[in-house]
Structures are given as C-alpha cells and as structure tokens.
Design a protein around this ligand. Structure first.
Ligand SMILES: [Zn+2]
Length: 404
C-alpha cells in the first residue's frame, strides 16, 4: 500500500527569496492559486516578519486559498510568531512554521546562543504557536550539520510541546543521498516520540543533489517534502517539485508514495512562474525544460515513431506539455513549420524546410490536422531522401542539419 506523501510548496517563500524571483502581492496570489490547482497540500506563503508586504501577501493568500494548508514562516521569537499568526489567521487551515538553527556553527557564530538556550527557545516558540493553531511545524535549521544527540533532544522536546511536523533541512545542500537516509533513519529510531510527528525533508541544490536527497529521505521514512516549482530557491535552489513528483510517479515501484498532485498542471505552473518572474528554466531541465521531450537524433526519432516507449519514460501530456497538433491551412507559413520543428530540437536547412512544408500543405489539403508524428515522419523521410542523394553524388550541402 502506497503511503501518503505531503507536498509542501515553498515557491512563494524560499523560492521568492532568491535573486530575480521577487513578486508583487498580485503575482503571488496568481501563483498561489495555480499551486492550489496543482494540488500541493501545504503552501508556504511567506515570512511575515520580514516585511509588511510579505505579511500582507500571506494574509491575502490565506483569505483566498480554499483547500491547502497555508503556512507562514517565523523565527523562534514571540514577535515573529505573533506576526505569522496574524498572516495565516484567515486561512481555513493555517500553519505556523517556526525555525531555529541547531548546529553549533550557527549557534555560536550567528545566534551567539548556547544549546540550552536554543532548546528553550524552540519549545517556547512551539508552545506559543500552538496557542494560535493546532498545526505547528518546527524546523531545525542546518539540521544535517547538527550534533545528533542534541538534535534528537530538541526534536523530542518540540514534539512534546505540540509540533505535528518536524522539518530537518539540509540548509546548505551538503548531504549525500546515503548520508541523509542514514540521518533520518537514526532520528526516527532514536527519538522516543517520533511516531507522533510527520518528518519532513527540505533539501538545497548546492551540489545538485536536492532531489536525490529528498528521494533518499522518503526512502528512510520522511512523509513530507519541501520543494519549489522549477526548483527555485536560495542560492542553487530547492528540490524541484516537478522532479520529485514525476520520480515518484514513474518509479512508484521504488518509491511507493502517493501525492495529491495533478501532474498535468506541472508544466502550466512552471510556465506561469517563468511568465511572472521573467526567469526562464534551462532548456535541458527535467520535466519542464524546452528540450525535456525533444528528440533530435534520427535514431531516436525513428524509435519514437515506431513506439514512443523506446525513448520516452513519460508522456508530455502527462505533465501538461501542450499537445502537439500542428494546425496548418492554406495560409500557414514555413515559419510555423520551422517553429514546430525547433520545439523538437530539429534544425532544417532551407531546402529541407521547403520540402517538408510542401508535403505538409499537401496533407493539409486533405485533412485539417497535421500531427507531430506526421511532421516527424515527413522530416525523417525528407532527410532520408536527401541523405541518400547526397551519398550517391558525394555531395555535402553546407549547413545541412542532419542531426542524426
Ligand atoms: Zn531553504
């Protein structure tokens, strides 16, 4: 039986903190609605103490969203918690997410605090937050670099104080997958009241391991994942929501968890974030990149035409990549054909484009829609003829883009 995995989206908080990704309140509201439609269980809307705008955005999102839990971040300080509580107060289901660093490095160099003072602040914060809502999450910042004995004491104490979710971030993206799995297994077996809380992973991508670490954490028993659309976030970003979700879908044999995510919304939400921030995703980004479903090499195209499963482990339509029907009529131009080809990573010489275009128009005379499979077939055939002709005459046309 697949267990339920809670998807905690922090695009509007950790993601929005990253350079280039700040959004206005109206933009945050649009994105929040899209993340609700996507099916995230928890939407972290902001960090209310950080600014009046952030507080206002959290408040408006809490007023607007109907289904997901709306979370607000706060440090373990009374003023922060009160501000976060104000932010989520209108939510049908509001969560206060309070955090404090637990590593000696952060305690001594950043907070100038002893371990005992940290423990007391954590417990007091959770108790105060519980005064506002039953749904309290505690995060131990820099958890993966914290002393294990001390971390276990903190976790036990905050669960006893009423934290229902315990998030253990790999704040600086330092862990390896085997290490984070061992980390969570140790904690789940050592903390006596661990069964009374949901454990959560929050991984950063400094070494490109955020998604791998998140999946390893799921394997070790974590049942909430913190992630962002397009993997945006502090520095190299957070774990990418779309990659985690599709990994659990495509490899449910290895990752037997269920989520409430409608995968067909993954691409539209990714596009909306790009539109709002003007920051494009890299073209080879998994799931949502421009080339994620492109097949350039001729041998791959040939396989795709015979059976898509040869080179495709998921279908573009499953993640909401728009279905690729080419509608061409008498007035459509070569440019439309060229654009469509570019989406597949195909570059056509002028002569090939002309030949492909004429064949498409001939088909469009007979029926309305020319599918992508028709297009790929025509391109393959045109190139095949050209290639044979070129071989026969030992010719090589300059700039001839075989791509095979
Ligand atoms: Zn983070």
């Amino acid at each position: 039986m697949a267990e339920r995995l809670v998807v905690f989206d922090t695009t509007l908080r950790d993601g929005e903190q990253a350079p280039g990704f700040s959004m206005t309140i109206e933009e945050k509201l649009r994105l929040a609605r899209a993340i609700e439609a996507l099916g995230a269980d928890v939407v972290e809307a902001g960090f209310p103490i950080a600014s009046d705008d952030d507080a206002e955005a959290v408040h408006r999102i809490a007023l607007t969203l109907e289904r997901p839990v709306v979370a607000a971040l706060s440090r373990c300080a009374p003023g922060d918690i009160d501000r976060a509580a104000w932010g989520v107060e209108p939510a049908r289901r509001g969560r206060i997410h309070t955090f404090i660093a637990t590593s000696d490095l952060h305690l001594s160099r950043k907070l100038h605090m002893t371990r005992e003072a940290c423990l007391e602040a954590a417990v007091a914060a959770v108790q105060r937050a519980r005064g506002y809502t039953d749904d309290v999450e505690f995060s131990a910042e820099d958890a993966t670099r914290s002393d294990m004995d001390f971390l276990c004491r903190v976790i036990e104490a905050v669960i006893a104080a009423g934290a229902g979710t315990v998030n253990l971030p790999d704040t600086v993206g330092y862990c390896t997958p085997d290490e984070i799995a061992e980390f969570f297994r140790t904690i789940l077996s050592r903390v006596p009241n661990a069964d009374q809380a949901t454990f959560s992973a929050h991984c950063h991508d400094d070494l490109g391991l955020a998604v791998a670490n998140t999946l390893a954490a799921i394997g070790a028993g974590v049942r909430q994942v913190e992630c962002t659309v397009n993997g945006i976030g502090e520095r190299a970003g957070n774990a990418s929501l779309e990659e985690i979700i599709m990994a659990t879908r495509v490899r449910s044999d290895r990752l037997p968890v269920e989520t409430g995510i409608d995968t067909r919304q993954l691409y539209p939400v990714s596009q909306l974030l790009t539109e709002l921030t003007g920051e494009r995703v890299q073209s080879n980004k998994a799931i949502v990149g421009r080339n994620a479903f492109a097949h350039e090499a001729g041998i791959h195209q040939d396989g795709m035409l015979k059976d898509r499963r040869t080179y495709e482990i998921m279908r573009p339509e499953d993640v909401g990549v728009p279905q690729t029907t080419l509608v061409l009529g008498k007035h459509s131009g070569r440019h439309a054909v060229q654009k469509r080809c570019e989406m597949f990573g195909l570059t056509l010489s002028r002569r090939d484009l002309d030949l492909v275009y004429r064949r498409i128009v001939a088909i469009a005379d007979r029926r309305k829609h020319v599918s992508d499979e028709d297009l790929l077939e025509i391109v393959t055939s045109v190139r095949g003829v050209a290639r044979r002709a070129a071989a026969d005459h030992s010719l090589h046309e300059a700039g001839y883009g075989f791509g095979v």
